[in-house]
Ligand binder design. Sequence first.
Ligand code: FAD
Length: 372
Amino acid sequence: MLEQTQRLEETGAGIQLSPNAARTLIDLGLESRLRPQAVVPTALRILGAASGREIVRIPLGEAAERRYGAPYWVIHRGDLQAALVAAVSEHPAITVKLGTRVEGFAADADEVTVWAHGHAGLAREHGVALLAADGLWSVLRERLGDGKPPRFAGRTAWRGLVPADQVRPEFREPLVHLWLGHDAHLVHYPVKAGRLINVVAITTDSWNAPGWSQPASAADLIARLTAEGWAASALALIGLPEAWLKWALYDHPPRRRWSQGAVALLGDAAHPMLPFLAQGAAMAIEDAAVAAQCLARQPNDAAGALRTYCAMRRDRTRRVQRSAARNDARYHLAGARAWLRDTAMRLIGGERLLQHYDWLYGWRPPASLSII
Ligand SMILES: Cc1cc2nc3c(=O)[nH]c(=O)nc-3n(C[C@H](O)[C@H](O)[C@H](O)COP(=O)(O)OP(=O)(O)OC[C@H]3O[C@@H](n4cnc5c(N)ncnc54)[C@H](O)[C@@H]3O)c2cc1C
């Protein structure tokens, strides 16, 4: 594994690991490392941003675990990373080279050569295949001939963390809260075994500096949401984190081609998506499981294995990208259309709303490939 970061630090805030992702991580033997840090939300509680009233509760917790055979977890990204790093460092066949930035590659029938800048300057690495999991701004995607950059979504994500004992008791409960407002929504849930609350707000914005995590001002966010008439309890929560970071959101229409010979894209490099279905990392985790299985089944034909991997992942990730984009429209309705949405959700009810996600949360690697 070649990673440009110099040090693996506990960065980022919370992440939702829906049953499709949790199952894959459990199959990889990570349950004992993840479960102590994860929170199992009992439901997704959807509220109106202006009224502050609950619209519907979609059951998660035991209901999701019964239905999908795997838990729904929310966790701090640092805890997920620590579990993955610990498992990787115990694996004799895996070497992690930090401070190593991949610049390009050359592939022939038998071998892939990668050029990477490390502590000792430019070095070559040789392997049978290259999985390019270099994220939204993937350099390797460009090297594969897809120079189209991600497109700015006109939205900003703001995130903060607050000690759980500072928030109202109802916001400390093991629930994922989703507040729907016009042109903005808010998500919060407990992480770190319930000790911290992760708060993420999404607003409409023209600010589009690429990259991650710029310092942001709570006052700015509160002013925007106050102008939109948000409920006092939501505004009070937003006032609590000591620091806010923000970043501009990008996505990309589904790409036709992710692989070339024994080189393939994985995760956001292949299929960046808006975070409105909480599935970007889940799709990267599923990709990794399927790619590993394909390579294990065809150890002497890496190009063939990666062609199979792409064929197996294309339709699903495309569907998830499109569903996430549709949620962008659904979440940010106003007036009569918002009223109709809320009424429909109430009439359908939480149980049946959960069933709409069977195709997503019930995913398992194809049986013929179950060799993890
Ligand atoms: C507000 C928000 C909330 C989200 N919430 C969720 C959620 O709840 N659930 C969920 O599943 N997803 C969520 N996501 C999406 C998720 O964060 C991403 O989809 C996921 O991080 C993608 O993983 P990745 O490994 O493909 O890319 P990244 O996480 O971007 O990792 C890429 C890695 O490659 C390294 N790298 C880049 N270029 C090079 C190079 N040239 N050489 C070496 N190393 C390189 C980087 O340093 C980095 O470590 C959310 C996203 C946002 C913005």
